[in-house]
Design a protein around this ligand. Sequence first.
Ligand code: AMP
Length: 198
Amino acid sequence: MLNIILFGPPGAGKGTQSNKIIEKYNITHLSTGDVFRYNMKNDTELGQLAKSYIDKGELVPDEVTNNMVKDFLERNENSNGFIFDGYPRTIAQGEALDKMLIEMGTSVSMLVALEVDEDELVKRLLERGKTSGRVDDQDEETIRNRFKVYQDETSPLAVYYSKQDKYVGVHGMGSIDEIFDRIYHAIDSKSNDVSEEE
Ligand code: AMP
């Protein structure tokens, strides 16, 4: 199985690039943000709980998020692999994901990190907020809070996966196609490294 974590701060283009990756590699996309938004739209219990965190730019608690991911993986156990978009976002989530994948007889293949300039991202997010309808994209203070949460809680995952020799950095500025080109070269070359070691 090819299990890729697509990593990067809010607005780095993870959703856009995930859609291109699933087409090329025929793997299943899990965006935890999309699942939360779907639940918010349908006003489920999970959606109501998530909304209280998301609208402030805070993280939904690990346990809630991990249970949702576990449920998703169980429903898609016959997949060729997964692209994790916006998950894991804390070390505790990374550890939980590792455990869930071990139970499925597989593991994280690599973490592909989109490396981008933060000021540019705030601009992109405010622009996206004009059309996305996302409350968390419309207010600069909420956006800044999402970056702070990313710095404090999410960025340590880069070290966590570097230690396992699974970190691959990709320059995330440029056109969608240019960035995708770099991503798939990075994926192919990392997959080759791993299969040569085996
Ligand atoms: P995203 O669409 O990935 O930018 O996520 C939007 C919001 O959903 C985040 O700011 C968090 O409030 C919440 N969220 C998404 N994924 C996670 C996660 N893995 N852990 C906790 N909260 C999450």
